[in-house]
Ligand binder design. Sequence first.
Ligand code: ADP
Ligand code: MG
Length: 701
Amino acid sequence: MQPDPRNTPLAYLKGVGPGRARLLESELGLKTFRDLLYFFPNRYIDKSRYYKIRELERSSAEVQLIGKIVHLKTVEQKRGKRLVATFRDDTGEMELVWFRSQKWFRERLKLGEPYVIFGRVNWYNGAFSMPHPDLELLSAHQQQKRIRMQPVYPSTEKLTRQGISNRLLTQWVAAVLAQVREVLPETLPDRILEALQLLPKPRSLVQIHFPDSNALLARAQARLKFEELFYIQLALLSKKHERKKRIRGYLFEQVGERFTAFYKDHLPFDLTGAQKRVIREIRADLGSNAQMNRLLQGDVGSGKTIVAVLTILLALDNGYQACLVAPTEILAQQHFNAVSELLEPLGLPVGLLTGSVKEKDRKPLLAGLSDGSLPILIGTHAVLEPRVKFNNLGLAIIDEQHRFGVAQRAKLWKKNKRPPHILVMTATPIPRTLAMSLYGDLDISLIDELPPGRKPVRTVLRGDRDRLRVFGFLKDEIRKGRQAYIVYPLIQESEAMDYKDLMDGFESISREFPQPDFQVSIVHGQMKPEAKEYEMQRFAEGKTQIMVATTVIEVGVNVPNASVMVIESAERFGLSQLHQLRGRVGRGADQSYCILMCGEKLSEEARTRLQTMARTNDGFEIAETDLKLRGPGNLLGTQQSGVLSLRIADLVRDRELLQSAREFARQLLLADPGLEQAENRVVRTRLQQMEVFQNRWDYIS
Ligand code: ADP
Ligand code: MG
């Protein structure tokens, strides 16, 4: 068999050699012919058309125009001289500007002769200009053979310095294409190519490097993006199928006594439609033979706790233990309180295990877990320690997963012979597009409905000069019996300064809201857990009216009587954080408010963030904006995932392609789960080459 020419090291490409091959590898990670094939241009110089001055846009695109220089002058300014030409076509005028080699140009430019100019336009003082254009006389230009669209490849300073220009890279790509074009295999099944009218693979690879037209470039890109997304979805989905087939879960066959009793007699409120639907989804999982791996998404306050409790009861009714793990001590404590209260009428013992549980209290707890007499455990990471042994753990619920490392999740699996059912709850709304690619192998349940009677939180932006008015408003609310949070940013690098801001703020607020009329609490990350807990408790019980805090309170705190959230230096917070913070209010029946205090000078991005907050309460809309502003790599919890290092597709811009890729992948697996049909052989081969995702799967399988 012939060796695949695509595996040839780049050193063997004519004009490259070992030295440059080393550079290409160290600078751009390119090793073989194949790497160069998939090294896509990041833009194209479009010399396929001529623009008119009137058509120019304030974008960074490089454009080509035909016109005449009608005037030439040297302009002197403090910062130096420049040569300015007035360039005219039949639609208008613009300036061409030279800062260097002025004498050379001044002597050679011909007035009144038609030129073709090419370059990037600037918009300055109400007019377009082009600094240092490429230019040639139209007569000379017409004699040349034209390349239509030229690829521009990503590069580095070092490569440029070493003489590896874009022109060289272009030549090398062309040479590789010429050598391997004949052997490039098709990597998508015919049926999909036909259904979507996709370009064949070899043609796509040629067109993405050397497009014959904009339209063909677009088709080549669409084809390659689709392929990329399709195989990711296929990998995730087939993994899920496999998991369902292979890993048998504990069978929770019966809806037993406790679930029924609780559901009939002790629910503190009617469940929302969304809550009921989610519980049905969970029950279907638990009653099947497979192990549940479900992500429960629901905005803050949407009522995930009750879903957790009902799921716990299902486990207990089938003779298993359940645990609920939270990312912080405060949150674990709150869950413990909420769950104990809800289960009180059933007389079920609930244990709490956190880092601050004393050794002497820990012993009976651990004993109860291992002999099975303690059916429910709530806690922090402490639950994951090896010495915590369950008798028969059937269900693990993880709250606020983005605080949870992959490795920690893996530890839960080791607690049993068989993996327990897993329910991950998150209030971080993950946009659908992202959820599909990140968690395509998990099942997703969504609580997309808030309990009835909630009034949307009113959000306003305020500046320093509004401070007195804001304080006045707080006093009014407190006199009405409400409570308020005032939150300060705490960003790690500037921690000392931030603590100073926090303490200064606390002092001035204590002055503004004096005792005995007002009580002010403070909570921050440097306090001892007991002290924190004590202050949170006082606030929760209504003994203090103002809680000054850092983002410690971000996650999960539930004080329905609190109706005002003031966020200081709001421009320093990310969107999802702002949304989480705002979720602390609006939990009771009263109108609630979120006041975003911000500086005068805001970056464009900060302004968009704050305005988004003022415009909407919808967590998913906010998450979508966040995704657009920051890109998926920065969203919480997605950093470790290799899935996002996409070569060409973009999860935000290409969401429609993603949806269609997922649908095609789903149908293909449905029709041919083992990928055994002849027409799907290409798919199987290609799928087997995908190892990239192994890391991310480790914790799930
Ligand atoms: P989260 O999803 O943020 O964890 P919680 O479970 O803490 O939300 O619920 C927020 C509040 O809403 C709690 O006070 C809870 O008792 C209440 N709640 C939850 N579901 C309902 C419902 N269906 N009807 C009325 N109140 C509800
Ligand atoms: Mg919660």
